[in-house]
Ligand binder design. Structure first.
Ligand SMILES: [Zn+2]
Length: 473
């Protein structure tokens, strides 16, 4: 049986390698000009299979022609430099007269004027040009053959510039192994500052525009220990390379496949750490809970709420926030549960994330606390919610999981059937009893008739909280 499994595994690996080797690589070159930073010249070379070229069809909905609104002078030529017929569908596709097997070259210019328009999701999810750096999402830049799934991306840069991307580097270009990894990521190009945090074979590159250069020591102070803590919590690393970008702008953040982008209206310093420390720690956690393992749509409250819960605990454990701030954070989130009145169940908040934002994040975080408490009770403190996160990550890294699979891991960890809690508080509309869970965190939960909620610190509160997060007293 073992031998059979081994042979089966080997033949699967071989098959995977053969099919990868056979996959045609689409070669993309991006040329930047210091004098004309708002013009990126793109050249794509490939052997035709499909006759259609396309761009991402999400993220620029305010333009009828989507991301193509910024694409100029598009042409396709064959090896004799003869132009092919190209018809644009007015949205995101170009039909060409290519025949299978032809070696083709696509050329176009991206007019980087995205930041002169309004973006509902913010410039952090589009593209912008600053004095020292050009930031772009893959969606904004790439027109590629419809069936292309494997890419080599190289940058032709002015001498003093560098390129920061989340893709692995091979010689002088980047290897991109899927269409999603190409378009659902960000990059920064220019004279920005770059640093790399390594934890084993996990490397996080942080690219920071000169205007936010003073934030670098603070990012390092929070991100380095947070990454170490998450590697411990999840028992492994998601992808090997990850990119974080930061520049000046209206404070915002957007997460992508193996990158996230931040804009900040002021530099990060100790005085405003409550704002940015949380953002950075939460977004970094999504490298595991979100893009590493993918909770499905019914578990959006786990993706956001559990990330909030472990952001709180991690900030506290690392000494970045104290007992008072931790209490305020939990107070805020428990109030969101307390004040949620329209009867929408937690599982349904995903249907209108904007509207139910507060309850999804707050209710999810409180549900994490309640489950953590129940698991500790059921196992006399031998297991915690950390065991659930650890187990989920080892089972589902690179894959998605659904509510049933999630409950199965919770029940197995607790050694007890906790399904009724999900039926009542997640699928059902009942509100969880937070009081008992907060008592274990050293807080007395006091709701008032005027719809306020307070967490009152208990005499032995600090020692209970330190124990909860695994610190010695
Ligand atoms: Zn999030």
């Amino acid at each position: 049986m073992k031998l059979f499994t081994l042979i089966a595994a080997l033949s699967l690996t071989c098959a995977a390698q053969t099919s990868y080797a056979a996959r045609p690589i689409t070669d993309i070159k991006l040329a930047f000009d210091e004098q004309r930073p708002r013009q990126i010249k793109v050249e794509v070379k490939w052997q035709a299979q499909s006759s259609i070229l396309h761009m991402a069809d999400w993220g620029a909905e305010q333009f009828p022609d989507g991301w193509a609104h910024f694409v100029k002078d598009l042409s396709v030529t064959d090896t004799q430099n003869k132009a092919l017929i190209v018809n644009f569908n007015g949205k995101d596709q170009w039909q060409t007269s290519a025949t299978p097997g032809q070696q083709l070259t696509l050329r176009y210019t991206v007019d980087m004027s995205h930041d002169q328009h309004a973006w509902p999701h913010g410039l952090d999810e589009a593209a912008y040009v600053k004095e020292d750096a050009i930031f772009s999402t893959g969606q904004a830049l790439f027109v590629v053959p419809k069936d292309a799934e494997s890419f080599k991306v190289s940058f032709d840069l002015p001498k003093t510039w560098k390129s920061s991307t989340p893709w692995p580097k091979e010689n002088h270009s980047y290897k991109v192994e899927s269409y999603d990894a190409l378009v659902s990521n960000v990059m920064m190009v220019g004279r920005h500052h770059e640093m790399v945090f390594k934890e084993g074979d996990f490397a996080v590159t942080v690219a920071v525009g000169q205007a936010r250069r003073a934030s670098v020591p603070m990012i390092e102070k929070v991100m380095r220990p947070a990454i170490r803590e998450y590697v411990r919590l999840f028992g492994g690393v998601p992808k090997n390379n990850y990119l974080v970008t930061l520049h000046e702008g209206l404070t915002d953040g957007g997460g992508f496949d193996s990158s996230y982008s931040l804009l900040a209206s002021e530099d990060f310093h100790q005085g405003n750490i409550i704002e940015w420390g949380h953002l950075v720690t939460h977004e970094t956690l999504h490298m595991w809970n979100g893009t590493g393992m993918h909770p499905d749509a019914n578990l959006e409250w786990v993706k956001e709420g559990f990330s909030e819960y472990y952001t709180f605990l991690t900030l506290y454990k690392l000494g970045i926030i104290d007992d008072q701030l931790l209490s305020k954070k939990f107070e805020n989130h428990s109030r969101r549960v307390f004040a949620h009145r329209d009867g929408t169940a937690l599982i349904d908040t995903v249907k209108n994330k904007q509207k139910y934002w507060d309850f999804m994040y707050g209710g999810g975080a409180i549900m994490a606390l309640v489950l953590d408490h129940e698991i500790r009770q059921a196992t006399s403190g031998k297991k915690t919610l950390e065991n659930v996160m650890h187990r989920l990550f080892s089972q589902y890294n690179g894959k998605s999981f659904n509510l049933e699979q999630f409950i199965a891991v919770v029940n197995e960890t607790a050694g007890k059937d906790l399904t009724p809690l999900f039926q009542r508080y997640v699928i059902g509309k009942e509100k969880p009893d937070m009081k008992a869970a907060f008592a274990q965190l050293g807080f007395e939960l006091v709701p008032t008739t005027t719809r306020e909620i307070y967490l009152i610190d208990q005499a032995n509160g600090k020692s209970l909280r330190r124990k909860w997060v695994g610190l010695k007293n």
